[in-house]
Design a protein around this ligand. Sequence first.
Ligand SMILES: [Zn+2]
Length: 256
Amino acid sequence: MSNRLRALLTGRHRYDKTLSTRGRGAGVVIEAPILAYLIETPNGRILYDVGCDYQKLHDPAQRARYFAPDAFTYGAPTMTEDERLPAQLKALGLQPADIDLVFIGHLHFDHAGGLCELPGCEVHVQADELAAATAQEDSAYFAADFAGRALRTQQGEYEVAPGVRAIASPGHTAGHMSLLVELAAGPPVLLCGDAADLQENLEYEIAPGLCWREREDLALASIRKLKSLAHETGAQLWPNHDLAFWAGTMAARGWH
Ligand SMILES: [Zn+2]
C-alpha cells in the first residue's frame, strides 16, 4: 500500500470541555485544532473533511449571523489566510483542482464549511448524515455549507480507494464516518473524526458532548468499535480535536 497521509491544521476553536467530553470538564476551556487530512493514493488525492468556511468567519455580516456570541461563548474559531485549504495545498505544491475526492465525515460547520474552496470536486457523504443536516437536527449544521452542492450520497461502509476504508461511527451525528487508512510506511491510521475528539474519549470511553438525538449509547458503541478495529488491524487511533495529541503527531512526523 503506497498511501500517504498528512494532517492540515485549518484553524482553532476554544470551547467548554463538555463539548468534547459529555458531562465532564464543565467550566474548563480547551483549545481544539480544526483539522483536514490529505490522503495521497495511487488512484488520486482524497481530503477527509475540509475545515470551516473562511468567509463566514471573516465577512462581518456573515460572522455576526453564524457565530453569535450567545451560541459561541468563547468566540468563533480562528482561521488565518494561510490556514485556508488553497494556501495549504499551495505550500505542498498542489491546488484545489488536484483533489479528486472530498470525503466528509460529518456535515458540521467545522468539517464541511471549506467545501466552497473545492468547487467541482466530487464529495462523498452518508445519506443519513445529509438527511439530518438538511433537517437541521442540531445548530452546528450550516445549510449554506452544503445545500445546493452536488453530493454523492453513500450508504454504510465502503472502500473509498485501495487501503482507504470508510467506517461507520454514528453517535455524534446521524451518519458520522471515520476513515481507516493503510500507509506506505508504518501502521495504518484510523481517523476517528468527531467520534472521538480527545484521547480521553478513547481511553475512558466517554461520548462526545453533542450526541445525535441524545444517543449516547450509539456514540459509545462507535468508540468501542473503533478501538476494537484498531486492535484488529494494528491501526493508530487519531482523535480529531486534541491539541496536545496533534502537536505531538505533527512533530513526530515532521509536519508543520
Ligand atoms: Zn462535529
